[in-house]
Write a protein that binds this ligand. Sequence first.
Ligand code: MN3
Length: 229
Amino acid sequence: MKIIGRWTIGILVLGLTSLAWAQVPVPALQFEPLPYAFDALEPFIDAWTLEVHYGKHHQGYFNKLVAAVAGTDLEGQSPEAYFGRISQYPDAVLNNAGGHWNHTLFWRVMSPDGGGIPEGDLAAAIDAAFGSFDAFKKEFNQAAATRFASGWAWLSVAEDGSLFVSSTPNQINPLMDVAAQRGTPILTLDVWEHAYYLKYQNLRGSFIEAFWNIINWPEVAARYAAAKP
Ligand code: MN3
C-alpha cells in the first residue's frame, strides 16, 4: 500500500507538472538566441558586424515591435499572422515586425557549416525555375546588388509552389500585402549597409559573394519542403 501510495503521488505530481507546462504559453514574439557565436561566420561576416547587427539593430527592431503592438489587437500575435494585412497598420508595425522577422530568418539561413550547393527537391526546384544553380545565383546576386539603398534579396515559394527571386526595400518582405511579388521566403540576404559596412565598406558585391559560403542549405531545403503546396 505504501508503495502504491508513493507511485500515486508521483504520478499525480508528474501529471500536474505536465499540465502546468502545457499551460505556459509560448510567447508570439521571441528574440531568439543567435544560433552560433558572433565570430562563427568569420571571415565572411566579421564578429563585430554580427554582434552589432544582432545585438543592436535586431534587438532594436524587436524592442520597438513589442512597444508598437502593446495594447493593440496585434499583441500576442506572431507577425506572420498579420503580414498579409500589414498595410492596415501604422508604419511602426510594418518596419519593426519586418525588421524582427526578416532578421530572424536571416540568422537561421546561415551557418558556419554552410556553403556548397542545395540537394534533393530544392535543387530540382531551383533547376526548374532558373535553369541551373548558377543561373539562380546570378539572379539572386543581381537582386541583392541592384536593390537601391536599404533592403533585402529573397528566394521565395510562390502560391503554385514554384520558386522566384525578388528584392524588397527597407523592411518589407514577400509575405506582406505591400510586397510587389508575394510568396513564402525560404532564403534571404540583408543588404542594408549595417550588414556589411564595417568589413566591406562600399563593396556590397564582395559581401554578396561571401554570403554563398555560409548559406545553410539544409535549413533552406526544410523551409522549401514546409512551404510548397
Ligand atoms: Mn539588418
